[in-house]
Design a protein around this ligand. Sequence first.
Ligand code: NAD
Length: 494
Amino acid sequence: MVSSSAAGSRQQVFVLVGGTGDLAMRMLWPSLAMLDQDGFLSDNLRIISVAREDCGTEVCVDRIGNAVTKRVGESLEPGTLARFRKRIVHVALDAAKDDWGAKLKAELGDVDGLDVVFFLSVSPSLFKPICEHIERAGLNKAPNRVIIEKPIGRDLASSKVINDSVAHAFDESRTFRIDHYLGKETVQNLIALRFGNVVFEPLWNSQTIDHVQITIAETVGVGERLGYYDEYGAIRDMLQNHLLQLVCLLAMEPPSALSSDALRDEKVKVLRSLKPITVDNVKDHTARGQYGPGFADGHPVAGYEVEKGSPSNTETFVAIKAEIANWRWAGTPFYLRTGKCLPSRSTEIVIQFKPLPHSIFGSEAKANRLHIRLQPDEDISLTVMNKAPGLTAEGTHLQSLDLSLSLIKAFEGNGEKAPRRRIAYERLILDALQGNNAQFVRRDEVEAAWMWVDGIIDSWTKTSMKPQQYPAGTFGPVSGYRLIERDEGRTWND
Ligand code: NAD
């Protein structure tokens, strides 16, 4: 956590490097505009857009206005855009040029009285030159801080190079690594659910939980990101970060406090407890797939290799049976899967409880299940057995009942105006502005995750395990089903 006294009295400046890019336009500008509308930005906060394009402030701000309207137009109140636009200045700077820092400094003015938050929404290959420019210009001094986006490397070694280059300018407490899943309301609610209730925590272990499933399914293919994606694949693009962060929040021990280090200390222990997947079990514990011809999202898909125009060994689907070697989780696998061109766009977690030790209702009693949906809707439901109303010849007849724990639904149910579903980046940008890094990923987490993932990729290479083709629009290759169904009584919650 950055000292609030250091940042408190200073004028804040948010420097969005890559301000004309896709991520900025779709997510970051709309998030900032909504924070402004809701009164979370201090009156004197300035925003500097930095990019290679020399489009000038007026054109840049028009594009930002259009992007904000496209993303959150329905929620915009009169006056928001006009006020927001006034905060923004666009500066054309090429990170490859040496005068980057000096020009930015000139734009910033008297830097001693400032609290500057840099968001590097650019390729990680630019983190090093940009951090060097920032350092040379003396813009890296506390309380200034930096936010960086994935991918943080494509393996442990390259992640260290990136982290070292950032660490040269900003110490760990002022380096904010975004995993936007951590900004999602339902993901934050996992902490509330687990540690704000007494009813779940005593059951939250391998005595009671049979297994956990986490699925991040996308209907889209790789599209224009093919160049990047072919170097990464599903395991590096989605599993190393988003999926493993969800595993951490589900599996960690209760932290001693809600402070950033207490939380992240517990998360990193989970990552370090993941059982290595080796050449001996990689074929049973993982599945790799690549989409072939088919239909996804209502459109015909030619297939990954046709889109690429050459053969590829990159997986667009990965499923993993992960095991956590500690007292709480021994014997309870976490089945993880993610992929592109799947039949639905959804992110969900299923906590499957064990069956009753003895059922007095015959086979009618089904095991409890906690279902946490993050996408497309955010919702948490608990399936419990309940007596069906009425008289039946057989006696008590059970039915399963979904208890919705969704915060948003609860508000709607009370007749109150439901809170707006926020963009995940809103929470994270606000936290970074306030210097709170609890929902950002610490360096040791990134490295522990890569260490485990590197072992899997290495085992794929050593066993020549190639991705199996699956028709676009299906839930991955047969091996993805086999991975879970090999374990008796378990199947994906499709
Ligand atoms: P983009 O190519 O659309 O935009 C890149 C931005 O960087 C542009 O504003 C461009 O002007 C600027 N830029 C490029 N070279 C520069 C240079 N030499 N000097 C100064 N500015 C330069 O990229 P994007 O899709 O917005 O992605 C940005 C980063 O976020 C990447 O690291 C990407 O991997 C990551 N990311 C993107 C998404 C997404 O949905 N787009 C999602 C997660 C992570």
